[in-house]
Write a protein that binds this ligand. Structure first.
Ligand code: SAJ
Length: 406
């Protein structure tokens, strides 16, 4: 039986995928409300294919509880925040989960850390906890790092098809855990050592963050001299060895906007390009706010309360708002002491910010200027409703006449 610890954005789909492929799974989370929701037959976030996967896993007997189980494999999938000041990883949730596992696990159990951690975290923070508790690693307890790689918005497909990395102290333990993931994973699974696995995961997200920062910098250069950044990137990407990502209103989520800071925090004098890139991405919401003021001036608009931000989530077609560029922009706007922009997102049912709407038509009726912060399918299908309004399109998806870009 596999005990999946942490039933959030990664732990839940992983538990469901294992269970629906015939692995006996008990999912554990300390959040009683979350466990009760799952036990009532409901999923806890929106994701394509998740509800169907949930039903399949329930049919195969997946269980959810707040109690750690006595079993031989534990998969830990808990958050790994970073300290905003030092930029270093805060491993407290991983460490707490490992300590709790040690209270119940039998001799010979394997603890798999799925949470993203900076290189050296397992050596520095996890191994000491295990040895201090009197366990011998490699004999009483085995340690594995199997970082997840799935992208919100396409998680179910990517769980099935992505290649994976497994870091272990020995090939034998690595192969044992590989066999469990192979129950559903159709991609290649590489077995390597733990520190290499830690580094590859952080490097993958850093590569994407730096590439996006490059695109954002190009957008600023092109804005300065009135060039079309999208056309320039499109043409450059026709070169066989160039693949530039897209500029946007900022970088959100709990991965690309967080993981690269681990490298800056641990290697401040070495990670220069990464540091600059992260700062470039972090400044994009402010850049958008300045574009809003610039366009208002050009159009003779003076009332900021007639300006609406479309989208609150960190990216399209998900309901996750962590580190969202829109929230960053609103914070920045507060600092400028400007009165309330209007906000709407079809994926956010709760009231989370002032002047928030829950209906597209009602939102559009109250604004003259729309800023497309997130490219949800809903707005792509309703571009005609933006005709006659001033539009700042941060994703180059609106083909209406007179649209502004970042
Ligand atoms: N973004 C841009 N321009 C782009 C692409 C993205 O501005 O061209 C922005 C998005 O709007 C969003 C942010 O970047 O705000 C991050 O979105 P994303 O879709 O690039 O990535 P995440 O954070 O949803 O998922 C990433 C993925 N990592 C890589 O592709 C290397 C995913 O595979 C990881 O599993 C995930 O991080 C994770 O959990 O680490």
């Amino acid at each position: 039986m596999v005990n999946v610890i942490g039933l959030g954005y990664i732990g839940l789909p992983t538990a469901l995928m294992l269970a629906s492929h015939g692995v006996e799974v008990v999912g554990v989370d300390y959040n009683k409300e979350l466990v009760a929701t799952l036990n009532a037959g409901k999923t806890t976030f929106k994701e394509d294919g998740l509800d169907e996967l949930f039903q399949a896993a329930v049919a195969k007997g997946v269980k959810f509880t707040t109690e750690y189980q006595v079993t031989d494999v534990y998969i830990v999938s808990v958050p790994t925040p970073y300290d905003k000041f030092s930029k270093k990883i805060d491993p407290k949730y991983v460490v707490a989960a490992v300590k709790d596992v040690l209270k119940v696990c039998p001799k010979g159990a394997t603890i798999v850390i799925e949470s993203t951690v900076s290189p050296g975290t397992i050596e520095k923070f996890v191994r000491p906890v295990i040895t201090e508790a009197g366990f011998e690693i490699g004999k009483d307890v085995h340690l594995v790092h199997a970082p997840e790689r799935i992208i919100p918005g396409n998680m179910v497909y990517e769980l099935l098809h992505n290649n994976r990395t497994i870091g272990a102290d020995s090939q034998e333990v690595g192969e044992k855990i590989k066999a469990i993931y192979s129950s559903f994973c159709q991609g290649e699974i590489v077995v390597t050592d733990i520190k290499t696995a830690e580094m590859t995961k952080v490097v993958e997200n850093t590569f994407r963050a730096v590439n996006i920062a490059f695109a954002n910098e190009l957008a600023k250069i092109c804005r300065h001299d009135n060039m079309d950044v999208y056309e320039i990137i499109r043409i450059c990407n026709m070169h066989p060895r160039v693949n530039i990502l897209q500029p946007g209103p900022g970088v959100g989520g709990h991965c690309i906007s967080v993981d690269p800071w681990f490298l800056v925090g641990d290697y401040p004098s070495l990670a220069k390009v990464i540091d600059e890139s992260m700062q470039t991405n972090d400044k994009m919401p402010d850049f958008v706010l300045n574009r809003i003021y610039e366009i208002m001036k050009e159009k003779g608009l003076t009332d900021l309360s007639r300006v609406g931000l479309y989208g609150l989530t960190y990216k399209e077609n998900v309901d996750d708002m962590r580190e969202s560029p829109t929230l960053q922009l609103l914070e920045s706007q507060e600092r400028h002491l400007a009165p309330g922009l209007k906000v709407y997102d079809p994926f956010i049912a709760a009231d989370v910010v002032p002047n928030q709407y829950h209906d597209l038509d009602a939102f559009l009726a109250d604004v003259d200027f729309v800023v497309i912060m997130v490219k949800h399918n809903e707005i792509k299908e309703n571009m005609n409703k933006l005709l006659g309004k001033v539009v700042l399109d941060c994703h180059n998806i609106c083909k209406n006449p007179g649209v502004y870009h970042i």
